[in-house]
Ligand binder design. Structure first.
Ligand code: CIR
Length: 256
């Protein structure tokens, strides 16, 4: 019987020393971040995931953001080489756990790739070319995935950390998008729901089955999603948002 797994990683005591690109550094309440992360994991369980939480790493402040370290497709798992040098050691523990479920392939120097830049829609993997993911990374990913029938499509992104800061799937055929950060054109015939203009960071939703998990801080975008008939569940991730994280970044979800 196949099961849906979610790999997560406990919040590091050093979360306050995380990488920051667009946000000023604010004090992060690590205890509250842990409670929020626990509730996020409970929400994943409620949506049918078996959560496997890896231990925290005090020397790896951003390790909770496991999404950036791998892409898991049915055929294999690709271990990334994160764009931020401080995050590269995070992949060791992720590779070890994913090797229980998948054959592994690796992005190698000079390639860089963050999982937050990888948006899978069927057999197309859109890759944000960002400060974290470079052309070498995109080419290596294409070399790994093309033999398995995937198309790898680079996408330019604007002033945001990752492609999935700008657009995520909220239904099989519908993209939640911030049109100021990424164009619609590469995504062809999908339907689009735009974030509320006053909530530019609201495009990151985590689709599990037919439900999306979204931060509870974006009421107006939430109304737009509900009006479109999308089933959603909210979580408070305020402390993780101070570290430029959101909902997709805290798990790697796959079936096995
Ligand atoms: C970083 O800058 O790498 C972390 N502080 C946040 C990573 C968030 N990752 C994601 O949304 N996929």
């Amino acid at each position: 019987m196949t099961m849906r797994f979610a790999i997560t990683r406990a919040v590091s005591p050093d979360l306050g020393q995380c990488e920051l690109t667009y946000l000023p550094r604010q004090e992060i309440n690590v205890q509250l971040a842990r409670q929020q992360h626990d509730r996020y994991e409970r929400a994943l369980e409620a949506l049918g995931c078996q959560v496997r939480r890896l231990p925290e790493e005090s020397k790896l402040p951003d390790a909770v953001f496991v999404e950036d370290t791998a892409l898991v497709v049915d055929e294999l798992a690709v271990i990334t080489r994160p764009g931020a040098a401080s995050r590269r050691p995070e992949t060791t523990a992720i590779a070890a756990v994913l090797s229980e479920y998948r054959e592994l392939a690796f992005i190698e120097a000079p390639g860089t790739l963050d999982g937050g830049d990888l948006l899978a829609i069927g057999k197309t993997i859109y890759v944000g070319v960002s400060q974290r993911s470079n052309r070498h990374g995109v080419q290596q990913l294409a070399d790994i995935l093309t033999p398995h029938g995937f198309r790898v499509e680079p996408v330019e992104v604007g002033e945001c950390l990752h492609l999935k800061s700008a657009a995520t799937l909220v239904q099989a055929d519908t993209l939640l998008i911030n049109p100021n950060l990424v164009e619609r054109q590469p995504f062809g015939r999908l339907k689009f729901i735009e974030v509320d203009p006053g909530e530019p960071a609201a495009a990151n939703a985590l689709l599990i089955g037919e439900t999306i998990l979204v931060p509870d801080s974006f009421d107006r975008t939430r109304s737009r999603l509900e009006a479109a008939g999308i089933t959603l569940r909210t979580v408070d991730v305020s402390e993780l948002q101070k570290a430029e994280g959101a909902v997709t970044c805290c798990s790697l979800i796959f079936s096995a």
